[in-house]
Ligand binder design. Structure first.
Ligand SMILES: Nc1ncnc2c1ncn2[C@@H]1O[C@H](COP(=O)(O)OP(=O)(O)OP(=O)(O)O)[C@@H](O)[C@H]1O
Length: 909
C-alpha cells in the first residue's frame, strides 16, 4: 500500500504550502515590521512569530494550526468585535498592525472551486501615529505623527524639516531646525510616532534621540522622503494644481511634509484623511525648552509619567477634550512675541471680568462632544452613527455659543472676534438635518442599521413596514401550524445555516414525517430532543424578509453617506469652528483659573526684566491648600541691566537647609515664565517678564539609570548643554549642581559654572546650592546676589519659614533635618560631634579664602570652536587601532608602554 501524499504533506519540510498559507505568507511579506491581523470569519488570526508576540502581549492563548515546512504553525486569534481593545494594547506596546480583511464573500470564493481561498487584502496599517478610533486615542492628548526629513547642507551641517499631523483632528504643522535644536523640537512636539528615512534612523549621532523618545520610531525607505517628488505629492494629496497657495515653506519643510502625507497614504491604504493645509509652526516663535527641562519642570507630565501632579494638571480648567489638548500644546510651546502673548492675555482678561458670560459659555462647551475626531473618522470612512450624533450636538453647540458671543460682538478683543467669525462659518442647516435623520438611541456600527428616525425617508419607512409586517406574518404562521399539527410547543425559529424553520420536540416530530404532514413539512435536521422542518411558505417569507431587511439597510447606508458627504463638503468650516471652540475653551479656562486661584496679568515685553512680586508655585500651592496649609509667597528679582552686547541678567545664589523650599522657589519662577508666555495670568502679586527665549532647568544628580549613565555623568552632560547654549535672553535654573561628586570637585564645578553663567551666558539665573563657600562669589561678580531661605530654631529643632530673604545661610541644619526624619538619636549625636570636628579644621584653612586666592574666571566671550588641527597624531592613530576586547592583559600592558613612548617622543618633536 502506498502512503497517502496528504499525510506526507504535513511532515515534509519541502511540502507545498496550502493555498491559504501561501496567501498569508505573501501578504505578510508585503508588510514587514507589522503584526498581521488576518481575517478569518469572526476572528483576526495571527500566525508564527506574530502569534507568539501577540499572545505574550495580550495574554491570550497560543494554539497551533497545521504545519509549515515541518514545523507547527503557532496561532492565536482575537474576535473581530473586540479587535479595537486588542489593537490598543498592541499599539501601546509599540507594535504596528496590518489589518487584513476578506475582500469577498466566502460564497464567491467557493464558486471558483472548493479549494479556492477567499480574496484578502490589507485595508489599513495601524500605527501609534495614525489612529483615529475613540477607543484607541487618549482624549486629552494630541496624537502627533512626526515626519523628519534631513537635508545636508555640507559635510557636517544639516537642516531638519519637521512635519507633524494629528490625523484624528486634521491639524498639520511644519517647522525646521538644525541638529542642535532637534532634541528640543521633538520634546516640544512630543509625538507618538516618528517617521524618518533609514539613513537618519541609523545615524549614530542621533541614536540616543530615538532611544530616549517616548515615540514609536519608524524607519522607512528613501523614496518616502524623495525631495524631487515633494511638491507633486503634496499637490496630489490636496488635489490642487500647485501648493504655492499654502504659503512659503523651506525645502526641508516641504520634503518632510511630502514624507508625512506619503506615509499616511501608505498606512491608510489609499484612504485620504482630511488634513488641514500645512501651517508653519516654527521653533523660532517659541520658547526653547529641552527634554530634560520639560521633564524636570513637570510641565505636562510628572517625572513618573503621570498627568496628576504636573503643571498642566494644576492649571487645567478646560471642559472639553480638545481644549485640554490645546492647553497641553500651549504649555509645551510658550510664545516669544510679546504682541502675540498680549492678544491672548486680552482675551483671558475679557472673560476674567465677565463672570456671567463665562459661566454660560462653559456650560455650553461642557456638553459639546469632541467633533474634530468624528470629522476625521468621517473623512476616512470609519465613522459610525454616533459620530453623526456627535456632529449634531457639536454643531448645535457651536450655534449656541456663537449666539452668546454675538450679544457682545462690539466689545470682543481680537482673538475672541476671530473665534466668533469662525463659529459662524459652518452651515447650520446641517444640525437640523442630522436631528431629523437620527434616532435617539444609536447603534455603534452603521452596518447594524436602525439609526435613521422613522418619518425621515419615505422609501425607508416602506421597506421597514414590509420587514415588520413579515415578522407579524411569521407569528401568525406559527400559530396556524401549531393549531393544524396539534403541537403546542411548535416554534418558528431562524439561524444562519438554514434560515427560517419549524422546530418541534422530537416525539412530536415523528408525526411530521408521516403522510398528512409530510407533504407540507420538509425534514431538515434532527437535534438532540428536537426536529427541524422547512415549508414552502416559510421559504417565500424568508426571501421577502431578507430582501426587505437588505433594502432598508441599504437605504440607511445611503442616507448615512449622504449626510456624511454634506458634512465633509462643509469640512473646512466645521474644522475651523472646532478649533475655535478649543481655543475658546482654553481662554475661558485660563480666566477661570485666574479667578479661582487669584492670578494676575503679567507684563511681558522685550526687556530683560524678571521681577516677580509675591510669586507662588502653582502645583505646591494646590497641594498645600488641600492639606489646609498656606503657601508662603516670595519675590524674585533677576532683571537684566545694560544694552546690546553688555546686556546681562542677574543671578541669585540661593542657600538654605534641605526642606526649606529652595527647589520649590526655583521651579515656581520657571513655571511663572512659562505661564506668562502662553498668555495666562500667573500666581503672583505682580510680574514683569522680558520674554524668555530659552528655559533651562536642571537638578543635580538626578537618577537616570534607564539611560545607563552614572547620575553624575548625566548632571555634567546636562549642565554642559546649558553652559554651551544659554544666551542673554535665557532663564536658567540650576538646583544643587555638583552635589553628585566629592565635595571639593562639586564645589569647584559649581563655582566655575556660576562664573560662566555670569561672564559668558549673561542670562538670568537661579542657582541653589549647599556649598556656602559659593556665597563669597558675590564679592567678585557684580550681578550675583545671595538669597537664603529663612529658618528659625525652636527648642533645638529647625523650623522652616519658606521665606526667601537676601543674604547667605549661616549653616546647613542638615543634622536637624536628619533628626526630623527620624534618624536614631545615637547617629544624630555622633554626626554633631563629627561636624564640630570638621568645622574646627575648616577654621584653620577656611574655604572662604578661596575667593581671594583664585583669580576671577576669565572666559572670553564665546568664540567659535577652533577647527581641530589636522596634524598627524600617531598616538591617536595607535589608540584607534587597539581593540581592548581582543587583548590579553600582557598585550594591554605592552600597548600602554608603546603609547606612552609615542607620546613622549611627540612632545619632544
Ligand atoms: N513657599 C512655600 N510655602 C509653604 N511651603 C513650602 C514652600 N516652599 C516649600 N514648601 C514646603 O516645603 C517642602 C520642601 O520644599 P523643597 O523640596 O522645595 O525644599 P528644598 O529646600 O529644595 O529641599 P531639598 O534641598 O531637600 O531638595 C515642600 O514640599 C513644601 O511642602
Amino acid at each position: 500500500m502506498t502512503s497517502s501524499p496528504r499525510k506526507l504533506d504535513t511532515a515534509d519540510a519541502s511540502a507545498p504550502v496550502t493555498p491559504m498559507m501561501a496567501q498569508y505568507l505573501e501578504i505578510k511579506a508585503g508588510h514587514p515590521g507589522a503584526l498581521l491581523f488576518y481575517r478569518m470569519g469572526d476572528f483576526y488570526e495571527l500566525f508564527f512569530e506574530d502569534a507568539e508576540i501577540a499572545s505574550k502581549t495580550l495574554g491570550i492563548v497560543l494554539t497551533k494550526r497545521g504545519k509549515h515546512q515541518g514545523e507547527d504553525i503557532a496561532m492565536c486569534g482575537v474576535p473581530v468585535v473586540r479587535a479595537d481593545e486588542y489593537l490598543q494594547r498592541l499599539i501601546a506596546h509599540g507594535h504596528r498592525v496590518a489589518v487584513c480583511e476578506q475582500m469577498e464573500d466566502p460564497a464567491e470564493a467557493k464558486k471558483r472551486g472548493s479549494k479556492s481561498v477567499v480574496k484578502r487584502g490589507v485595508v489599513r496599517l495601524v500605527t501609534p501615529g495614525t489612529i483615529t478610533e475613540e477607543t484607541l486615542l487618549e482624549p486629552t492628548r494630541t496624537n502627533l505623527l512626526l515626519a523628519l526629513a534631513r537635508l545636508r547642507i555640507s559635510d557636517d551641517e544639516a537642516r531638519f524639516g519637521l512635519a507633524f499631523a494629528d490625523i484624528s483632528t486634521g491639524e498639520f504643522g511644519l517647522s525646521e531646525c538644525d541638529e542642535a535644536g532637534l532634541p528640543a523640537e521633538i520634546a516640544r512636539l512630543d509625538p507618538s510616532e516618528i517617521v524618518m528615512a533609514e539613513a537618519v534612523h541609523e545615524d549614530a549621532e542621533l541614536a540616543s534621540l530615538w532611544r530616549e523618545s517616548r515615540a514609536a520610531v519608524t524607519p522607512v525607505g528613501r523614496d518616502v522622503f524623495d525631495g524631487s517628488q515633494a511638491e507633486r505629492r503634496l499637490a496630489a494629496f490636496y488635489d490642487v494644481g500647485t501648493i504655492d497657495g499654502f504659503g512659503s515653506f523651506s525645502r526641508a519643510e516641504l520634503v518632510a511634509a511630502s514624507g508625512l502625507v506619503t506615509y499616511i497614504l501608505r498606512t491608510q491604504v489609499g484612504q485620504k484623511p482630511a488634513l488641514d493645509p500645512p501651517r508653519r509652526d516654527g521653533a523660532s516663535a517659541h520658547m526653547a525648552i529641552d527634554a530634560a527641562t520639560r521633564a524636570n519642570l513637570e510641565l505636562t507630565r510628572t517625572l513618573g509619567g503621570e498627568r496628576a501632579g504636573s503643571l498642566f494638571d494644576a492649571v487645567d480648567r478646560s471642559v472639553t477634550a480638545a481644549g485640554g489638548r490645546l492647553l497641553a500644546q500651549w504649555l509645551a510651546s510658550p510664545l516669544l512675541a510679546p504682541e502675540a502673548i498680549a492678544l491672548r492675555q486680552d482675551a483671558v482678561a475679557f472673560f476674567a471680568e465677565q463672570a456671567l458670560l463665562r459661566g454660560q459659555v462653559r456650560a455650553r462647551l461642557k456638553s459639546a462632544p469632541d467633533i474634530a475626531r468624528s470629522m476625521a473618522r468621517l473623512a476616512l470612512d470609519r465613522a459610525g452613527p454616533r459620530d453623526l450624533a456627535a456632529l449634531r450636538e457639536g454643531l448645535t453647540g457651536i450655534a449656541a455659543i456663537e449666539a452668546l458671543l454675538r450679544q457682545r460682538e462690539s466689545e470682543l478683543p481680537p482673538v475672541l472676534a476671530g473665534i466668533l467669525s469662525a463659529l459662524a462659518r459652518p452651515d447650520q442647516g446641517q444640525a437640523a438635518r442630522l436631528a431629523a435623520a437620527l434616532q435617539d438611541d444609536l447603534p455603534l456600527l452603521k452596518r447594524d442599521g436602525g439609526f435613521v428616525r422613522a418619518g425621515y425617508d419615505a422609501g425607508l419607512d416602506e421597506t421597514r413596514a414590509l420587514r415588520d409586517e413579515s415578522r407579524r406574518v411569521i407569528a401568525g404562521l406559527q400559530a396556524r401550524y401549531a393549531e393544524e399539527s396539534q403541537v403546542r410547543q411548535l416554534k418558528i425559529k431562524h439561524n444562519n445555516m438554514i434560515g427560517y424553520f419549524v422546530e418541534v420536540p422530537q416525539q412530536a416530530g415523528e408525526a411530521f414525517l408521516q403522510p398528512g404532514l409530510r407533504e407540507t413539512y420538509v425534514h431538515r435536521q434532527t437535534m438532540a430532543g428536537a426536529m427541524r422542518f422547512s415549508t414552502a411558505e416559510l421559504s417565500t417569507l424568508e426571501s421577502r424578509i431578507a430582501s426587505a431587511a437588505e433594502r432598508s439597510l441599504a437605504s440607511e447606508l445611503q442616507i448615512f453617506s449622504d449626510l456624511a458627504a454634506a458634512l465633509i463638503a462643509d469640512g473646512a468650516a466645521i474644522r475651523a469652528a472646532t478649533e475655535a471652540l478649543a481655543l475658546l475653551d482654553v481662554i475661558v479656562a485660563l480666566a477661570v483659573l485666574a479667578e479661582e486661584e487669584n492670578y494676575v496679568r503679567p507684563v511681558v515685553d522685550t526687556s530683560l526684566a524678571f521681577a516677580i512680586e509675591g510669586g507662588r508655585h502653582p502645583v505646591v500651592e494646590r497641594a498645600l491648600k488641600r492639606e489646609g496649609k498656606p503657601f508662603v509667597a516670595n519675590d524674585c528679582e533677576l532683571s537684566g541691566e545694560g544694552e546690546g552686547q553688555k546686556a546681562a541678567g542677574k543671578i541669585w545664589l540661593l542657600t538654605g537647609p534641605n526642606m526649606a523650599g529652595k527647589s520649590t522657589f526655583l521651579r515656581q519662577n520657571a513655571l511663572i515664565a512659562v505661564l506668562a508666555q502662553i498668555g495666562s495670568f500667573v500666581p503672583a502679586k505682580s510680574a514683569h517678564i522680558g520674554a524668555v527665549d530659552a528655559l533651562f532647568s536642571r537638578v543635580g544628580a538626578a537618577d537616570d539609570l534607564a539611560r545607563g549613565r552614572s547620575t553624575f555623568m548625566v548632571e555634567m552632560v546636562e549642565t554642559a548643554a546649558i553652559l554651551n547654549q544659554a544666551g542673554p535672553r535665557a532663564l536658567v535654573i540650576l538646583d544643587e549642581i555638583g552635589r553628585g561628586t566629592a565635595t571639593f570637585d562639586g564645589l569647584s564645578i559649581a563655582w566655575a559654572a556660576i562664573e560662566n553663567l555670569s561672564a559668558v551666558n549673561r542670562c538670568r539665573a537661579l542657582f541653589a546650592t549647599h556649598y556656602h563657600e559659593l556665597t563669597q562669589l558675590t564679592k567678585k561678580l557684580p550681578r550675583l546676589a545671595n538669597a537664603t531661605m529663612r529658618v528659625t530654631e525652636w527648642h533645638g529643632d529647625v523650623v522652616f519659614l519658606h521665606e526667601v530673604v537676601p543674604g547667605a545661610a549661616d549653616r546647613s541644619y542638615g543634622i536637624q533635618v536628619a533628626k526630623l526624619a527620624g534618624m536614631p538619636a545615637a547617629v544624630v549625636e555622633r554626626a554633631r560631634a563629627v561636624l564640630a570636628q570638621l568645622e574646627a579644621t575648616d577654621r584653620q584653612a577656611p574655604a572662604a579664602r578661596l575667593v581671594d586666592d583664585l583669580p576671577l574666571f576669565a572666559a572670553a566671550p564665546r568664540a567659535p570652536a577652533q577647527p581641530a588641527i589636522k596634524a598627524r597624531d600617531e598616538v591617536a592613530e595607535a589608540l584607534d587601532a587597539l581593540d581592548p576586547n581582543d587583548m590579553t592583559p600582557r598585550q594591554a600592558l605592552d600597548a600602554l608602554f608603546s603609547l606612552k613612548a609615542k607620546r613622549d617622543s611627540a612632545k619632544k618633536g
